[in-house]
Design a protein around this ligand. Structure first.
Ligand SMILES: [Zn+2]
Ligand SMILES: [Zn+2]
Length: 440
């Protein structure tokens, strides 16, 4: 009789877990398409070099946890331990980036890490993630976070996850992370004998990683030099935080204890943690990675994304709703409304992001967020996405009391000035969507 058990750390997934997993995937697909992300299906197997280069050779993932092997042709391959490197590779390989606008993708699938198996932790686990490539504006970070928040709301987790945001700075400005890295390296050299073996090796190549070490990090962070970012990074993440607040999303910022273990993050990093899931309670996390595409041989391309762990999210859903009643899914694609901005005033940007959020709560598929682009470029994007309506919010009209905007019917080309507060109802009536699908 052959062995009937799966390999250690792997498992068969059957109902009801398989059904719940499928329902959660469907909810994610529905929410993410509402926010204008389209699905990319990535290969499970990649050249090991892809992850060494992007995830970082001094990361725990690559150093200890990656499943590596040689194929019959002697190539060094790896089972993907995370999704982002594959997305970036596909972005560079395919014509995705020649479309002109930003590329917004999501993926759903298994990842593989040779961690010590323990309860609720498997060597094959599922992640759902999104990546926005080509939009440098803080609104892109905010949109990614709001999409994740909306998924939690759709699963009935309002009030059960808390958001933390931090600024990790950049590598391009000498006064930013490079200066911090030098200061930290000097500090760690003074404490070299107290570090674990992995950290001793990391001090010179990647001192930031030491702060992330489960053993050494907590002990050293209190006394270690404090990070102060360059002004541009601070302004970026401050604006992310302000727009999140404008959209009713309370969060801790800055949270210096949030460092996240991957080399490629720049500026914004964030994490959602579920309450009552124990010490390793992070359900989802991500951030901006403006340097990664270039590091992998592509053109300078700003990017932001996140990933969530499906198994951990299901635990959080079960804790709030043991019968899994809310785990019901619907499907949807396409774009109802595109919100464009003409101007740079903070209240205008806030009105635009809030309007998009209001509409999405009524299942109106709202997009936009290219606020730093010219109006012409934004209208081109609205056309490319085949939006049914376009809302244009300008600084002058937004400052009126009450504030107004332009509403353009993209089918007829007719355009008129309307109150911003009346836009959602007008569009909901035209699309017959009157009931909110989720609260804030
Ligand atoms: Zn910086
Ligand atoms: Zn260590």
């Amino acid at each position: 009789m052959a062995e009937t058990q799966p390999v250690r750390g792997f498992r068969d997934l059957t109902a009801p877990e398989s059904t719940r997993t499928a329902a959660l995937e469907a909810a994610a697909r529905e929410t993410l398409s509402l926010y204008g992300f389209s699905e990319i299906r990535l290969p499970t197997l990649e050249l090991a070099e892809l992850f060494v280069k992007s995830t970082g050779e001094t990361s725990d993932i690559v150093e200890k946890e990656m499943f590596r092997f040689e194929d019959q042709g002697g190539r060094a391959l790896a089972l993907r331990p995370e999704g982002t490197p594959g997305v970036v590779r596909a972005y560079l390989d395919k014509s995705l980036r020649q479309q002109g606008g930003p590329v917004k993708l999501y993926y759903v699938g298994s990842m593989f890490r040779a961690e010590r198996p323990q309860k609720g932790r498997y060597r094959e686990f599922e992640q759902i993630g999104v990546e926005t490539l080509g939009n440098p504006h803080p609104a892109a970070d905010v949109e990614a976070i709001l999409a994740l928040n909306a998924l939690f709301a759709a699963l009935g987790l309002e009030g059960r996850v808390r958001l933390r945001v931090n600024n990790l700075g950049c590598d391009t400005e000498a006064s930013c992370r490079p200066a911090f890295r030098d200061a930290l390296r000097a500090y760690l050299h003074k404490h070299l004998d107290t570090l674990c073996d992995s950290c001793k090796r990391r001090v010179d190549r990647n001192p930031l990683r030491v702060l992330d070490c489960k053993g050494d990090g907590p002990r050293l962070s209190a006394e270690a030099p404090r990070f102060a970012s360059c002004a541009a990074c601070k302004a970026h993440v401050d604006q992310v935080s302000a727009l999140l607040t404008d959209n009713g999303l309370t969060h801790a910022y800055p949270d210096p204890t949030l460092v996240r273990g991957l080399d490629y993050y720049t500026r914004t990093v964030f994490e959602f943690a579920g309450t009552g899931l124990g010490s390793q309670d992070a359900v989802a996390g991500g951030g901006r990675y403006d340097g990664l595409v270039k590091l992998m041989g592509g053109p300078d391309t700003p990017a932001v994304g996140w990933a969530l762990g499906v198994e951990r999210l299901l635990l959080a859903v079960e804790a709030s709703d043991p019968s899994f009643k809310k785990l019901e899914a619907h499907r949807g694609t396409g774009r109802d409304v595109f919100v464009a901005v003409q101007g740079t005033e903070a209240p205008t940007l806030a009105k635009a992001t809030r309007l998009m959020e209001t509409m999405r709560r009524f299942s109106i598929r709202a997009g936009g967020g290219l606020f730093a682009s010219s109006l012409k470029a934004q209208m081109r994007e609205a056309g490319r996405e085949e939006a049914r309506w376009c809302v244009i919010i300008g600084d002058a009209e937004a400052a009126k009391l009450p504030p107004t905007c332009q509403l353009k019917d993209m089918t007829t080309g007719a355009q008129s000035e309307v109150l911003i507060d009346a836009v959602k109802d007008a569009i909901a009536t035209s699309l017959s969507k009157k009931e909110p699908t989720h609260g804030l």
